[in-house]
Design a protein. Structure first.
Length: 276
């Protein structure tokens, strides 16, 4: 056991020296009789303790040496490190490609959004066909929206609000296909709010600008009503007679005839206020 330890790696020379010293010391003690047995045993024990300490130090040295990477291990680590660096470089390159692709896609999406917005605005400007008062006309989407708001207000009896919407159509779309209908309903809204002078002007404009419109007979009857309200009896009677002559058999002409008959009856009875 002692010899195996002595010939272990890295500890051969020191142990040989110590063992030689032990043998020499024992031989000298026995041959020369220089020391007593007790002193000899003590010296031997001291030497053995020193040998054990050297052996322990040698074991620790061996363990430390075993933990030091070999050249092959270092080469393997270097190779793995190079592979990792290559992978990182490839990933960085791929990341740059993805970033560029995302940027291109974002640009395309923005272009598509802009195109959709333009198309939406153009759609509002493109004319659509609608039927109003028996006539097919072309109007824009915005134009139709405002006119529809005016009609909804009239149906709800909100004549002042209807007037606002109708004036918007007239001002914002001066060449609108809705114009004759706008004038007709604007005159009615004004009449409903007791603005008889304004209504008379509006109906007169319609009669002058759109004499062939389908609601002209109704506009003439409304004109006569405004004239009566403004105490223009003679002019009103003339308007009613013109209505009956121009549109015989129409509902407006029938209403005009009834009004004229009532006026004649009241006049013959001596009641000439004529505002019935």
């Amino acid at each position: 056991m002692i010899f195996n330890s002595l010939f272990s790696r890295g500890r051969v020379l020191p142990r040989l020296v110590i063992v030689s010293a032990l043998i020499s010391f024992s031989g000298m003690a026995q041959s020369a009789g220089l020391f007593e047995d007790t002193e000899a045993r003590k010296a031997i024990i001291d030497l053995r303790q020193k040998v054990q300490k050297l052996e322990q130090a040698g074991v620790r040295t061996d363990e430390s040496l075993s933990q030091v990477p070999t050249t092959q291990a270092l080469l393997e680590l270097s190779r793995q490190n190079n592979e990792l660096q290559d992978q990182i470089s490839r990933l960085l390159g791929r990341n740059e490609e993805l970033t560029r692709d995302i940027s291109i896609m974002n640009d395309r999406l923005k272009a598509l959004d802009a195109l959709a917005s333009i198309e939406a605005r153009l759609a509002k400007l493109e004319p659509i066909k609608v039927t109003v008062d028996g006539e097919i006309i072309e109007v824009s989407e915005n134009e139709k929206a405002v006119y529809d708001q005016a009609m909804n207000a009239l149906r709800a009896g909100e004549f002042a609000q209807a007037e606002v919407y109708l004036r918007r159509v007239a001002s914002e779309f001066p060449r609108s296909g809705y114009r004759p209908s706008v004038l007709f309903w604007l005159g009615n809204a004004e009449y409903a709010t007791n603005n008889y002078a304004g209504a008379l002007t509006t109906f007169s404009t319609m009669l002058q600008d759109f004499p062939e419109h389908s609601r002209i007979s109704e506009a003439m009857l409304a004109t006569a009503n405004c004239q009566f309200e403004l105490q223009q009896k003679d002019v009103a009677i003339a308007t009613l007679n013109a209505l009956v002559a121009r549109f015989p058999g129409s509902q407006a002409a029938e209403a005009a005839t009834q009004r004229l008959t009532a006026l004649e009856s009241s006049t013959s009875n001596g009641n000439g206020n004529g505002n019935q």
